[in-house]
Design a protein around this ligand. Structure first.
Ligand code: PGA
Length: 251
């Protein structure tokens, strides 16, 4: 069986000023010097990326962005390119988070452009997919995942040097305190891996880390991580406090 190193990723969404972000990053770096069995990533808001990169120098924590634009540069007021993120110290970028899809109108097409731009700049995309509550209730979970994975990865060419991460985040579990059960998550992850095998080939699909996101807490992470196709977590609320996030990383 393949061995995929777990990734525990935190996204701070629109929380923390620069000094607050730097302080949390510094404390977290100090609390995670012993972590060897998992990769760690934090994704602060844009203004904090460069100062947090400095605070993380020499630590075990990688830096991620919460979004990017697919063009390299130009008259795109308010947008940030992949090369800019790399120059600020990022090695990961979260793409297609459900808040971006539902609040800011991102589509599978823009998600696909962003994924290709990230890979071209050697940023590891964390491609987020997941169904809403009404889609789950209507029995559409798998068909939604089919569409989001297939369109999101349309014409994406991966090789060993261009890693991809997928995050399964059921929308009904994000910020609600209602975590998917380990059975529900594993069923969705296994389905996503089958889709990846169809689209990218079995060997590549086996290397892709699939994270679970949605109300992950120190109390429920071990049960989730015990499942074969759950290779890590994307954590919102419980990543804001260094102590809580460190407990979660040390699950
Ligand atoms: P949550 O957010 O952990 O606060 O539910 C997860 C996410 O949005 O990625």
């Amino acid at each position: 069986m393949e061995s995929r190193k777990p990734l525990i990723a935190g996204t701070w969404k629109m929380h923390k000023t620069c000094p607050e972000a730097v302080e949390t990053a510094r404390v977290l770096a100090g609390m995670t010097t012993d972590v060897e069995g998992a990769d760690i990533m934090i994704a602060p808001p844009f203004p904090a990326l460069a100062p947090v990169a400095e605070a993380l120098a020499g630590s075990r924590i990688g830096l991620g962005s919460q979004n990017l634009h697919w063009e390299k540069q130009g008259a795109y007021t308010g947008e940030v390119s992949a090369d800019m993120l790399v120059s600020a110290g990022c090695s990961y970028v979260i793409i297609g988070h459900s808040e971006r899809r539902h609040i800011f109108g991102e589509t599978d097409e823009s998600v696909n452009k962003k994924t290709r731009a990230a890979l071209a700049a050697q940023l590891t995309p964390v491609l987020c997919v997941g169904e809403t509550e009404s889609e789950r209730d209507a029995g559409k979970t798998f068909s939604i995942l089919d569409k989001q994975v297939q369109k999101g990865l349309n014409n994406v060419n991966l090789d060993a040097a261009s890693p991809l991460i997928v995050a399964y985040e059921p929308v009904w579990a994000i910020g609600t305190g209602r975590t998917a059960t380990a059975d529900q998550a594993e069923e969705a992850h296994a389905h996503i891996r089958r889709l990846l095998a169809q689209q990218l080939g079995r060997n590549m699909a086996d290397t892709v880390r699939i994270l679970y996101g949605g109300s992950v807490k120190p109390e429920n992470i071990a049960e989730l991580m015990a499942r074969d196709d759950i290779d890590g977590a994307l954590v919102g609320g419980a990543s804001l406090d260094a102590d809580t996030f460190s407990r979660l990383i040390h699950y």
